[in-house]
Design a binder for this molecule. Structure first.
Ligand SMILES: [Zn+2]
Length: 85
């Protein structure tokens, strides 16, 4: 329950939604999903999903880039241009 209210380019995670092996929290600013996977016989790990697509290749947390509202060209390719490296 440590809630440090820092607002510096960090994600603003909403309420965690737990399923059997996952805990999903969605950023209220950019819509990124932080998924904590906890499966039996494994150590838990964290994945990040943007609009249903798992962001593979990140080590650590992807940057929080708030979506622009009323964007006519927002076609769900938010990660397309940021996958370099
Ligand atoms: Zn965010």
């Amino acid at each position: 329950m440590a809630s440090a209210a820092r607002s510096c380019a960090r994600h603003r995670w909403g309420e965690p939604q737990r399923t059997t092996y996952e805990t999903v929290r969605t950023c209220q600013r950019c819509g990124l999903e932080r998924v904590t996977r906890h499966e039996p016989d494994r150590l838990p790990w964290v994945e990040f999903r943007a609009q249903g697509v798992t962001a593979i290749g990140y080590r650590g947390t992807p940057p929080c880039v708030p979506r622009r509202e009323a964007g006519p060209t927002s076609t769900g390719v938010a990660l397309e241009g940021r996958r370099h490296g």
